[in-house]
Design a protein around this ligand. Sequence first.
Ligand code: SAM
Length: 240
Amino acid sequence: MRIDILTGLPDLVRGPLEQSILRRAARNELVDIRVHDLRTYAEGKHRQIDDYPYGGGAGMVLKPEPIFRCLDALQDEPPAIDEMIYLSPDGEQFDQSMANALSLKQRLVLLAGHYKGVDQRVRDERVTREVSIGDYVLSGGELPALVVVDAVVRLIPGVLGDATSALSDAFQDGLLDAPHYTRPATYRGLTVPDVLRSGDHGRIAAWREARRLEKTRQRRPDLLHPEPVRHDMQAGSPDD
Ligand code: SAM
């Protein structure tokens, strides 16, 4: 998979890509992540990438030209772009099922906004998907882009070893994760549940499944019982 990240703050993005699982994935050539500095595609002595908003008001807007130019250059490089994603608080809510779907793609382009966001013409003409990481507003799209990259890359086959398999993680199969313990077996009088030290794989699997169900019921009952369709709300119902 190839991922291109467009940003006015490339250093903010590069650091996390150089750590842990993302770095290993890149070194093992399971993913090719390229960070593009929008200033490289800007013109003038100051290589300005933002400007005042038409109509007035507070905040700057990312100019269209550097983004269009950068995307033009990227489009000429293989493989074909599957999704051109703009990170935005008013986008589709990012979740595990979107991460799963994106992990099957060959090429993603992520655009990080800043200030008030990007010129609307970029969104209208080039963006294929707008993604939010939650109902709160961050200063820029760099951290949201990294959230998406991390969640997606760890799902690419071969990126995680068995020891950190994504399959038993929360949300992957609609349940939250079970509790985890490591050595020592007793610490400050706190003990690890006996079943986990029994060596009985059947009992361990059953215990974990039960804990997962219990935690999901307590914390996220909505995952177990998705909102039913309210037939009584449908237009034309005899009860209207
Ligand atoms: N004026 C925008 C609005 O109200 O929707 C907010 C702009 S925000 C200050 C600057 C940039 O941060 C956005 O262009 C976007 O790229 C990014 N951003 C902020 N919060 C985000 C979120 N929850 N999800 C995804 N991107 C976000």
